[in-house]
Design a protein around this ligand. Structure first.
Ligand code: R5P
Length: 295
């Protein structure tokens, strides 16, 4: 197995390779003045299993193109099996045609990966596992979704949140957060988020919970504008909760998101290294390395 980190995941790719007792093989890449990407795979890949590790944020379009170039080149060089690890899979939130004529971007990304010769795709905490399960039979390529939530829970337990209450800010991730609450040891609840499909605006239904003085961990897949988390944090603090940790797998903060979270009262903001961020970071390198050993 040859581990090749893409330009977007050099550090994580190296960490995964080291967990497997290997040195990663880095590619050559540059960006031309007009914005196009150049990639060159530097090694003999004939009859090898090649693992390409490339996250797809920020700048998802560029990073997806680089990954497609890498995969197709590995195929051209005779790789026996190509495994694409997309620690963060961009476009997964558009997983349904909510309005007529909308592009099903989630599905199209899988079509592209398959077209360039990827045999296995590994992703972490996909936005909707249910929709992924519906899509899988359409593809010959195998798609594996891992969850970082238990790695995050272990970290929080060791860092002041053992026995904390677990909260999902949205009903969509209710079942996985319910599972992790058994590990965390506190209770579990979820709020509900309703999105207007035309304006994109969301509102949150905050439930009354008996949380006086209790520490709470809010688990979500993504922090982007910070709007979802900050509304949930406010809802908890107004009910007299103790410390609140805002925890996500994929940190994609836009300008102003961190202030929003801090102003809402977040005591900790924790993310994984699927995407590099300024947040307190928990690595998923071990999770991915262990899974690669089972392929
Ligand atoms: C959406 O449904 C996701 O699960 C996240 O809740 C969302 O992407 C977070 O985005 P933001 O930080 O902009 O509220």
């Amino acid at each position: 197995m040859i581990i090749i980190p893409g330009p977007a995941s050099n550090a994580l790719g190296e960490a995964i390779a080291h967990k497997l007792g290997q040195e990663p093989v880095f590619i050559q890449n540059r960006i031309f003045p007009d914005g196009e990407s150049y990639v060159q795979l530097p090694t003999e890949l004939k009859d090898k299993t090649v693992v390409l590790i490339q996250t797809t944020a920020p700048e998802p379009d560029r990073k997806i193109m680089q990954l497609l170039f890498m995969a197709r080149t590995a195929k051209d060089m005779g790789a026996k099996r190509i495994v694409a690890v997309l620690p963060y899979l961009a476009y997964a939130r558009q997983d349904k045609r909510f309005l007529e004529g909308e592009a099903l971007s989630f599905d199209i990304i899988f079509d592209l990966l398959e077209a360039v010769g990827v045999h296995d795709t590994i992703i972490i905490d996909v936005h909707s596992e249910e929709v992924l399960e519906e899509l899988k039979p359409k593809h010959k390529m195998r798609i594996h979704n891992l969850t970082a939530i238990f790695v995050l829970a272990e970290y929080l337990q060791k860092n002041g949140y053992d026995g904390a209450y677990s909260l999902s800010p949205d009903i969509g991730r209710k079942s996985i957060v319910e599972k992790v609450s058994r590990v965390m040891g506190g209770g579990f609840a979820f709020f509900e988020k309703v999105r207007d499909r035309y304006t994109g605006k969301t509102t949150m239904v905050v439930k009354d919970l008996d949380l006086k003085g209790k520490n709470v961990v809010i688990f979500d897949d993504i922090i982007s504008s910070g709007g979802t988390m900050s509304r949930a944090i406010r809802g908890l603090k107004e009910q007299g909760s103790g410390r609140v940790a805002a925890v996500c797998t994929h940190a994609l903060p836009v300008a102003g998101a961190n202030e929003k979270l801090r102003n809402a009262g977040a005591d900790r903001i924790v993310a994984t290294d699927t995407v590099e961020s300024v947040y307190e970071t928990v690595s998923i390198a071990g999770l991915v390395a262990d899974y690669l050993k089972t392929l």
